[in-house]
Design a binder for this molecule. Structure first.
Ligand code: ATP
Ligand code: MG
Length: 586
């Protein structure tokens, strides 16, 4: 199928522009063939002395000029209409792809590398545009013009045309085969170029590691190899390109010479006039374009169809997490959360990551979840955000099963500070206000103060207008964490989840933030995920988790007596405090 479902729909959307473009194309292609005929009139007229002066020739010359101008304007119009529409379709498909990408789940992004996804958006989409835009235009033009020229050629001399068709078709086949090989070489050059860009990009991102390990020279050598590969592939492509052009030109010359020789014979026999031969040769030159166009279209077709299939499959990928029918949309949650015998494993793994979790967080409670690295804390957060599906009857918000709450409604109730503190390459203000389109400046400053980052921001030259580098590299890890907290606080969510959100700040700052949060979030559910005892020790309830199982639940005082693991963590913390630096407890 030339046009797949998603693309067909867009062609229908712009059908009027397409039809208009094609109509102009057909008229123009027909009229441009009048020029050889008029040339014949002049040449034959001069030869048989019916046209003797410039005054006699002038009206025909004027006609040729008018047709040439009309053809140029018409060609401009249909190209604008057809190419412009294909650009519009490309933009629409890109928009649909982006919208679709944001609907896909966490699990899709774990499997699919970002680089691979970008290939759909850049390489595949441009191949599809080339095929369905320029390619379609070439095939329509090629076929229409080709048929018109052949009609004229047959009208003029069907015998000579039959003979000429054999080398022309052969030439088409040769061009098709050469083009296919050339496309492959072009692709190899493209791949080499992408590999070199990727290498450079990674080197720039990891420049600190390269310097620390004194690997500058070896990186430069690595780059030289990639760069040389690009050079070799480019030269290979260029050589091939030049050879292909010479071969094609030679074939054309041979055919033209044959036509002229055969035509001259006909003229000598009085079976053809010089004007007719000129007209015929003009038609032959006009026929070259359709031959090129159709062969080129056929040679790019395979690769572009493969790209179209990839885009199509991507657009057909269904999210695993989506709203079931009759989900509750207009509800207000109070912040109570219940885990009932909840077990969980990731989509493509057999290992149970969470095992029979049973606990309840009352509305308004401040709860800590503490555990060693890899114990399943962030997995709990991802389940609360409904980034993965859990079976019915395992997770409740205010006694309502999570599966019965609309995703948007649930997430609107949640505030989330992610463990990796992702920030966008925008201004600090935009990052903090991320949840809203417009926010009072006062509100932004207030949450920044509560997250203890206002002083840091004020010290930046541009203050809240400071633009953060890629993934916020111009600021420290602790500053990133606190901006991330401010971003969640501005939402004033019913449930706030902080996933290891104060791990990169010092004890003093941590204390200040927790104090602020306790005051601000009084009566609102707040969940602190933590490694350190200091983060959770003053909270209402602490849940100790290890290897996906709950080991103990209680207050700091109770756990010191009842949980061996908690006591172990507490002792490690004491040791850390004593030596004044962090040590890992794993
Ligand atoms: P940390 O304190 O280091 O952040 P954590 O307690 O948050 O650790 P999780 O991120 O929840 O731990 O991971 C728990 C387990 O689940 C780990 O063994 C991890 O390898 C596994 N895991 C995490 N994400 C996935 C995933 N997308 N697919 C499969 N397994 C995963
Ligand atoms: Mg984690």
């Amino acid at each position: 199928m030339l046009l797949k479902k998603h693309f067909r729909h867009y062609y229908l959307k712009y059908i009027l522009s397409f039809l208009l473009g094609i109509a102009i194309l057909v008229v123009i292609d027909w009229y441009q063939l009048e020029i050889p005929r008029l040339l014949k009139v002049i040449i034959d007229g001069v030869e048989n002395l019916s046209l003797t002066s410039f005054k006699d020739i002038w009206p025909t010359v004027l006609k040729i000029i008018i047709i040439a101008v009309a053809v140029t304007i018409g060609r401009f119009l249909w190209r604008i209409l057809l190419i412009g529409t294909s650009r519009k379709i490309e933009t629409d498909i890109r928009q649909e792809m982006f919208k679709h990408a944001s609907k896909l789940d966490q699990s899709f992004y774990t499997k699919e590398k970002v680089g691979g996804l970008m290939t759909y958006f850049i390489n595949d989409l441009s191949s599809v545009r080339e095929l369905y835009g320029f390619g379609l235009l070439m095939i329509v033009d090629g076929l229409v013009l080709g048929i018109f020229v052949l009609i004229r050629m047959f009208q003029l001399d069907y015998k000579m045309t039959l003979y000429a068709l054999i080398p022309i078709v052969l030439m088409g086949v040769v061009i098709f085969l050469l083009n296919q090989k050339m496309e492959k070489k072009f692709k190899l050059r493209q791949d080499a170029f992408e590999e070199m860009s990727h290498f450079a990009q990674e080197s720039f991102s990891g420049i600190a590691v390269i310097k620390a390990y004194v690997r500058e020279a070896s990186e430069a050598f690595g780059f030289k190899k990639k760069s040389f590969d690009v050079y070799q592939k480019s030269m290979d492509y260029m050589h091939y390109f030049v050879i292909v052009n010479i071969i094609i030109e030679s074939i054309i010359n041979v055919i033209v010479i044959a036509i002229i020789a055969f035509g001259s014979l006909l003229i000598a026999r009085g079976e053809m006039s010089s004007g007719e031969l000129t007209e015929y040769v003009s038609y032959f030159f006009t026929l070259l374009w359709p031959v090129f166009a159709i062969s080129w279209f056929l040679s790019i077709n395979g690769q572009a169809q493969a790209s179209a299939t990839r885009i199509y499959e991507f657009l057909e990928t269904k999210p695993i997490v989506f709203d079931q029918e009759d989900v509750l949309k207009d509800i207000c949650l109070n912040g109570e959360i219940t885990f009932k015998n909840l077990s969980f494993k990731y989509e493509d793994s057999d290992e149970l990551i969470l095992k029979k979790l049973n606990f309840k967080i009352n509305a308004g409670e401040m709860v800590g979840i503490i555990g060693r690295t890899g114990s399943g804390k962030s997995t709990i957060v991802e389940l609360l955000l409904h980034l993965h599906n859990v079976k019915k009857g395992m997770l409740y918000f205010d006694k309502i099963d999570q599966n019965e709450i609309a995703l948007k409604t649930l997430r609107n109730h949640l505030g989330y500070v992610p463990q990796d503190n992702f920030l966008f390459s925008e201004t600090i203000k935009e990052n903090i206000n991320f949840a809203f389109d417009e926010v009072d400046e006062e509100k932004t400053i207030n949450v920044a103060k509560l997250a203890d980052v206002h002083v840091d921001i004020s010290e930046f030259k541009e203050g809240y207008e400071t633009i953060l580098g890629e993934r916020g590299t111009t600021i420290s890890g602790g500053q990133k964490q606190r901006l991330s907290i401010a971003r969640a606080l501005i939402k004033d969510p019913v449930i706030l989840i902080l996933d290891d959100a104060v791990s990169a700040v010092d004890m003093h700052t941590e204390e200040a933030i927790i104090k602020n949060l306790k005051k601000l979030r009084k009566g609102q559910t707040t969940i602190f995920i933590a490694h350190r005892i200091s983060t959770v020790k003053n909270l209402d309830k602490i849940i100790v988790i290890d290897e996906g199982e709950i080991k103990a639940i209680g207050t700091h005082k109770e756990l010191l007596k009842t949980s061996g693991l908690y006591k172990h963590l507490a002792n490690l913390q004491k040791l850390e405090d004593m030596i004044g630096e962090e040590i890992s407890y794993v």
